[in-house]
Ligand binder design. Structure first.
Ligand SMILES: Nc1ncnc2c1ncn2[C@@H]1O[C@H](COP(=O)(O)OP(=O)(O)OP(=O)(O)O)[C@@H](O)[C@H]1O
Ligand SMILES: [Mg+2]
Length: 236
């Protein structure tokens, strides 16, 4: 089966200084691949490289078999790569509905854009709060809004950068359940960048570990709950 996403020896960084070095990975259709690692190892840099906000200095990136190494973020978004950045970046002063409508105006470039009511069906809480300002939502609801806004464009691959960041643990677990549900119901292939081990263990099918910008191991998601693993790869 063709990998939805494939990175071959990708090196990328800022101002000519490499952060990610020789990263190779692939994600098959329908998988939830988790990428875990300590603060500052280069997870967000890798996310930006996957979505086209950063261009690799060497290596190749394939999406659905197409070489997108030199394709910009807009091209990749239109081709079906949906990206929710770390910190969510919703518009705090706009209502839920306005935030989603903006997603719709961007999503409209895709012929198959999903309608707002469909997003509300996926996230009933957002329908209830649709006239509320984004900034007044809880962290978990803001994360749903950020994901909902991306789902309008009907992505085939979802790249989530630390959805649990700034969210209390019980809500993080709800987000994990949500990610698993979207994966199941929409067959959404997902790259989940996370430091929350419980979330990864409960929703990911595969898990790779990053250290100093490189992939150093692949483990079973459940193995992360073994203190020896978390100590080795995540303890500060
Ligand atoms: N825009 C930027 N310009 C220059 N250097 C950057 C930039 N963004 C990040 N870096 C550097 O790249 C390295 C990796 O940062 P990155 O944000 O990718 O790590 P991370 O694994 O996502 O960390 P965290 O878990 O805290 O989100 C860090 O040393 C950081 O200082
Ligand atoms: Mg990060």
């Amino acid at each position: 089966m063709t990998a939805v996403l494939r990175l071959e020896n990708v090196t990328s960084g800022y101002d000519g200084i490499p952060i990610n070095r020789n990263v190779s990975l692939d994600v098959a259709e329908g998988q939830i691949l988790a990428i875990v690692g300590r603060n500052g190892v280069g997870k967000s840099t890798l996310a930006r490289t996957i979505v086209g906000l950063l261009r690799p200095s060497s290596g190749r990136i394939f999406y659905g078999g197409e070489d997108v190494t030199f394709a910009d973020a807009r091209h990749r978004a239109m081709a079906g790569i949906g990206y929710v950045p770390q910190g969510r970046e919703i518009f705090g002063r706009l209502t839920v509905e306005e935030n989603l409508s903006l997603g719709a105006s961007i999503g409209a470039r895709s012929k198959e854009a999903r309608a707002l009511p469909d997003v509300y069906d996926l996230f009933p809480i957002l329908r209830e709060r649709r006239w509320q300002k984004g900034g007044t939502l809880s962290g978990g609801q803001q994360q749903m809004l950020a994901i909902g806004r991306i789902l309008i464009g009907k992505p085939k691959l979802l790249v989530l950068d630390e959805p649990s960041d700034g969210i209390q643990p019980s809500i993080a677990q709800e987000i994990a359940t949500l990610i698993a549900r979207l994966n199941r119901t929409l067959s959404l292939t997902t790259v989940l960048i996370e430091q929350n081990i419980d979330m990864v263990a409960s929703c990911a099918n595969r898990c790779i570990i990053m250290e100093k910008g490189s992939v150093v191991a692949e483990v079973e998601p459940a193995q992360l709950e073994d203190p020896e693993f978390s100590q080795r790869y995540l303890a500060i």
